[in-house]
Design a protein around this ligand. Sequence first.
Ligand code: NDP
Length: 232
Amino acid sequence: MKTVLITGANRGIGLEFVKQYSKAGYQVLATTRTPLEDNELKALSQTQENIKIFSLDVTDEKQIAGLKSMLSGQAIDILIANAGYYGPKDEQGQFGQVNTEEWQKTLLINAIAPLKLIESFVDNVAASKEKKIVVLSSKMGSMSDNNSGGCYIYRSSKAALNAVVKSLSVDLAPQGVKLLSLHPGWVHTEMGGPNALIDTNTSVTGMRKVISKLTKKLSGSFIAYDNQSIGW
Ligand code: NDP
């Protein structure tokens, strides 16, 4: 049975990844900061034997190390670094009033934590059949697509994440590990808000197709849920 590990699996895009990979017959290792909460993820794990929940705040390196030892020897076919944070949507994210602590928090969750997670689980991925690592980036991190300015905190965190993925695609190639930066579209979740253009089902169905086509040649690319390539 193939295995997928998903962070931020309790809601939004992460939860939809859990549903779809579980239905497709994968062993799903779903991580969340709130494993004891009564929510849809917990209910699903009680009816689907192939979903296991693990506690993980992605910014806590001790928790990452704890999970690493729990999953020692477990091959992970697809590692999905999905957990993410937008940062302040009010004036604290705007030029002139950018909140330094919020910026640091956002960089930690969106760019530093995925790298620390990948450092810890790369051997599990390298030991698997598929050998794939994908991160949930955003078109907002693209320089070439930025015609509207603003959003300093979120944009810079996803641009940093993209730089991390590009280097990893070079450094991990000898182990046969392939990487992708994914743009999920503008998705109807807590982060995406009520005006979003697509639902989680459309986004995740599309991204799963893109992930299934990930080859050595495509490693280090930035691709949207609808298979469109995105400029850096
Ligand atoms: P949501 O805000 O709906 O969900 C975010 C998820 O990340 C939650 O599960 C949340 O857990 C988790 N999370 C946040 N901080 C941490 C942390 N420190 N440790 C562990 N988990 C954490 O977002 P989406 O589902 O919309 O987004 C998923 C990914 O897709 C993100 O990386 C986002 O940046 C990206 N994305 C989303 C877009 C959209 O339109 N929705 C567009 C482009 C990119 P908790 O419930 O505990 O807070």
